[in-house]
Design a protein around this ligand. Structure first.
Ligand code: 0WD
Length: 254
């Protein structure tokens, strides 16, 4: 089945083959999406290029989300090369390692601002510049974590940034719904990735999940990938679609 055939989807946040963004990209590509990957800097360009080369027809473009200029250039390049954009996968976060251990009360002003800029505001900045390309409707999604809702050991400033991210998702969804653009966050369980390595004692979080999660195991990135696939696969005119008629008995052809 090709759930996203013919859709142009931007994937931001691939750092390596363990990245959640990479698992999402694989699910989207296996269902026919045309993908554009962004990379933060030359530091990761080669790695991202090698991964992107394994997906036919994919393109890679630079974008450091702390730079408005980069985001504007990205918007220009996407407009020129694709015209229409159907989806954005925002899978980006950053906080200084020293802010991801010990007491949250010790968070610095600079560390707080940096974590919020990269992990929360970047979604707003990207949505702002790219939603005009979503002329056929679309899906914007980001990645969050339980630490937004509960105080979790060592997650600290990232939990506050994720709370800001989740609130941004609600406000963006309210703004962009009128253009048939959905905005969602997926809250994944803890997964051992590069970003997770920065959280002190991450192994004990994984162990707790193995003991307490209903499935008694941690989440696989591929599971997050397939969950993410559902969002851009929703037809533009859902109420007129076969999907709606089949699954919702009271939903008649309008
Ligand atoms: O347990 C986990 N791994 C969870 C992660 C559980 C729940 C949610 N998440 C979230 C993260 O908070 C993040 O929002 O998922 C998202 C993706 O994280 P990931 O896949 O765990 O981590 P990683 O593979 O490191 O990708 C994050 C990437 C960066 O990687 P590095 O490690 O190089 O910092 O975000 C990108 C970068 O590629 N990134 C940026 N991209 C553009 N501009 C920037 C930036 N300024 N900073 C970081």
């Amino acid at each position: 089945m090709n759930l996203v055939a013919g859709k142009n989807i931007l994937v931001m946040g691939v750092a390596n083959d363990r990245s959640i963004a990479w698992a999402i990209a694989q699910s989207l590509a296996s269902h026919g999406a045309r993908l554009v990957f962004t990379y933060e800097s030359e530091r990761v360009e080669e790695r991202v290029r090698k991964l992107a080369d394994t997906i036919p027809n994919s393109v890679i473009l630079p974008c450091n989300v702390t730079s408005d200029e980069d985001i504007e250039k990205l918007a220009g390049a996407l407009k020129e090369q694709f015209g229409v954009l159907h989806g954005i996968v925002h899978s980006i976060a950053f906080a200084r390692t020293e802010e991801l251990e010990g007491l949250f009360v010790n968070t610095s002003r600079g560390g707080f601002a940096l974590a919020h800029d990269i992990s929360a505001y970047s979604l707003v900045a990207v949505a702002q510049k790219l939603y005009p390309l979503m002329t056929e409707g679309g899906s914007i999604m980001t990645m969050t974590y339980l630490g937004a809702e509960r105080a979790m050991k060592n997650y600290n400033v990232m939990g506050i940034a994720k709370a800001a991210l989740e609130a941004s998702v609600r406000y963006l969804a309210n703004d962009l719904g009128q253009y048939n653009i959905r905005v969602n966050a997926i809250s994944a369980g803890p997964i051992r990735t590069l970003a997770a390595k920065g959280i002190k004692d991450f192994n004990s979080i994984l162990k707790t999940v193995e003991e307490k999660a209903p499935l008694r195991r941690t989440t696989e990135t591929a599971e997050v990938g397939d969950t993410a696939l559902f969002l851009p696969s929703i037809p533009r005119d859902y109420r007129r679609s076969d999907l709606c008629r089949r699954r919702v008995p009271h939903c008649r052809r309008l």
